[in-house]
Design a protein around this ligand. Structure first.
Ligand SMILES: Nc1ncnc2c1ncn2[C@@H]1O[C@H](COP(=O)(O)OP(=O)(O)OP(=O)(O)O)[C@@H](O)[C@H]1O
Length: 260
């Protein structure tokens, strides 16, 4: 199995604060890899570096074998890595369908030459994009709100739409950042099912930060536990749950059911 994301000895300092401390981890191609750990463990900082929000202070990050250390999000996107993004304010007045239709980075309609001289091709492409967006709405069970403005959707529906935008972009690896937060159980089941389907059927690799341990247990294998800026342990959730070091890091030694 090829390594999709390879974090090598990465450190991130904010002034005197060592947020990530010589951390090394791998996300293998075709996996749904979870990243968990107590508050302040460095998960978000690590994610931010992998997603191109900021560069590491030291260390290297490889994407599918290529050194991408310090590349910005748009450069990573063109290499197939995408992080779920909140529906930006400016898109909230657009409908669910429009939000999906505008995702492809290089729509023919945006190309001046095509717009002027190849109108037929542009129209064909728009029809194709609309069809794909409608299919994605169907997968997400959002067809009934396709003409609703994104800003009027429930929190859970917005998360599903975010995932829809990811599907439209056709990435190879997706970073999911706390998708369960504020989502009801029914919609969460839909979200989890879509992630599993994309993983199994389309071979998408997922790297998931999540505080909902049930969701992690259901989706992720392996699970990487971070503490104090580095990796503490890695393995299937069934092992992680009973690992004394993990219990100590989360609960100060008080045995619990693994829920934060
Ligand atoms: N921009 C910043 N400036 C200064 N310190 C920061 C910054 N971002 C994060 N930190 C610090 O780095 C450490 C790691 O934070 P981080 O948000 O990465 O942890 P986390 O594991 O994602 O925590 P949580 O689960 O609470 O989101 C924390 O002590 C945090 O206060």
């Amino acid at each position: 199995m090829a390594t999709m994301i390879d974090v090598q000895d990465v450190t991130k300092r904010f002034g005197n604060m060592l947020a990530v401390d010589q951390c090394s981890l791998q996300v293998e191609q075709g996996t749904i890899t979870g990243l968990i750990g107590p508050n302040g463990a460095g998960k978000t900082t690590l994610f931010n570096m992998v997603a191109g929000a900021f560069a590491p202070s030291s260390g290297r990050i490889l994407l599918d074998g290529e050194d991408v250390t310090g590349l910005e999000a748009h450069a990573l996107f063109s290499r197939g890595l995408l992080r779920t993004f909140q529906i930006a304010q400016e898109f909230s007045h657009m409908t669910a369908l429009e939000n999906l239709m505008m995702v492809p980075a290089r729509q023919a309609g945006e190309n001046f030459f095509n717009a002027c001289f190849r109108r037929g091709a542009v129209l064909a492409e728009e029809t194709e994009t609309r069809k794909k967006a409608e299919d994605v709405l169907g997968i997400l069970k959002l067809t009934h709100v396709k003409n609703e403005k994104a800003g009027n959707l429930s929190g859970g529906q917005k998360k599903l739409l975010e995932l829809g935008r990811v599907i439209m972009a056709e990435p190879r690896v997706v970073l999911l950042d706390e998708i369960a937060a504020g989502v009801n159980r029914t919609l969460l089941n839909d979200l989890a099912a879509v992630v599993q389907r994309l993983n199994r059927e389309d071979g998408l690799t997922f790297f998931v930060i999540e505080h909902d341990m049930d969701l992690i247990a259901r989706l992720c294998d392996p699970v990487i536990v971070m503490a104090a800026g580095t990796v503490m342990v890695e393995g299937p959730m069934s092992e992680i749950r009973n690992n004394p070091e993990v219990i100590e890091a989360y609960f100060g030694g008080t045995p619990a059911d693994g829920e934060r």
